[in-house]
Design a protein around this ligand. Structure first.
Ligand SMILES: [Zn+2]
Length: 256
C-alpha cells in the first residue's frame, strides 16, 4: 500500500458522529505519478490520462480511506442526476452519468472530480454523506436544491454540515453575458465587473443556495483557495487551457 503524501492533501477534517467518524478530504495535484498536463495526482480516468497511472494515483488516495478501497466516482456531465450508492461499488463507475452521489452505507468513500468547478460534500450526524459537482450549469439547473431534498428524509437541516472545496473564484472566473445574466438578477452582487469583463462568484452562489435550503451558515465551510490562482497546487481547467487532470473532494463514514 502506498502512503499518501502530506502535500497531496489540501484539506482534511474528521467529525465524530453516531457510532462512527466522518472524514472529509480534498486532494491537491501534488504527489502523484501522472506526467505532462496531468502532473501529477490526476484522479480522473476520463480526461485522457494513462489509465494505469490514474489507477496508481487512486491507490495513493485509497491508502488514506477505509480499508484501502478505491473511492466511488461517476461520469460527471454538468446535469442534476443523483446516484445512490447500493453498497457493492468500488472505484470509478464509468456507466453512471451523474453529478452527485448520496451514500448511506458505512465504509464507502465517495468523491467528485473537479478542476475549477465547485466540489461540495455534505454529511449529517447519522453518517449519511453526499458529494456534489457544481459548475454554473448545475447551479442554474438546481442541483443543490435537488440533493438537499433527497438528502434530508427527516427534518434535520440544522445537523447537516457542508464543505465547499477549492474552485475557481471571482478573481479569475470571467464569464460571458449569457452566463452572468442567469445569476445577477437572482443574486444581486454575484457578478463583478472589472475593466469591462464580468466575473462570477460560484462559491458564493453555492453558499446562498445551501442556505436557501436551510443549511445553517455556521455549518458551511468554504475553502478560500482559487484553483486558477493556485494552479501549482490544483488542476485548473481554465488556467491549464482545457487539457488537465482532476482533484477530488472525498467524504467517508466509517463505523467504530
Ligand atoms: Zn483566482
Amino acid at each position: 500500500m502506498r502512503a499518501i503524501k502530506k502535500e497531496s492533501i489540501s484539506f482534511f477534517t474528521a467529525f465524530k458522529c453516531a457510532s462512527g467518524v466522518v472524514k472529509v478530504l480534498f486532494t491537491s495535484r501534488l504527489g502523484g505519478f501522472s506526467n505532462g498536463n496531468y502532473k501529477s495526482l490526476n484522479l480522473s480516468p476520463y480526461v485522457g490520462d494513462n489509465e494505469k497511472v490514474v489507477k496508481k494515483n487512486r491507490e495513493i488516495v485509497a491508502s488514506f480511506l477505509s480499508k484501502g478501497k478505491d473511492f466511488v466516482s461517476v461520469e460527471q456531465v454538468h446535469g442534476t442526476n443523483i446516484y445512490r450508492i447500493a453498497g457493492t461499488e468500488t472505484g470509478h463507475q464509468k456507466d453512471v452519468r451523474a453529478d452527485a452521489i448520496i451514500c448511506e452505507v458505512p465504509d464507502i468513500a465517495i468523491g467528485v472530480l473537479t478542476a475549477d468547478c465547485v466540489p461540495i460534500v455534505l454529511f449529517d450526524e447519522s453518517g449519511r454523506i453526499a458529494a456534489v459537482h457544481a459548475g454554473w450549469k448545475g447551479l442554474c439547473a438546481g442541483i443543490i436544491k435537488k440533493v438537499i431534498k433527497e438528502f434530508l428524509h427527516i427534518d434535520n437541516k440544522e445537523k447537516v454540515r457542508a464543505f465547499v472545496g477549492p474552485a475557481i473564484d471571482v478573481c479569475c472566473y470571467q464569464v460571458g453575458i449569457e452566463v452572468s445574466a442567469r445569476f445577477e438578477d437572482i443574486y444581486p452582487g454575484i457578478v463583478i465587473n472589472r475593466m469591462g469583463s464580468n466575473y462570477l462568484n460560484l462559491k458564493q452562489i453555492v453558499k446562498m443556495q445551501l442556505e436557501e435550503q436551510g443549511i445553517l451558515p455556521e455549518n458551511i465551510y468554504i475553502s478560500p483557495d482559487c484553483t486558477s490562482c493556485l494552479s501549482e497546487l490544483y488542476f485548473s481547467y481554465r488556467k491549464d487551457g482545457g487539457k488537465t487532470g482532476r482533484q477530488a473532494a472525498l467524504v467517508l463514514y466509517t463505523r467504530n
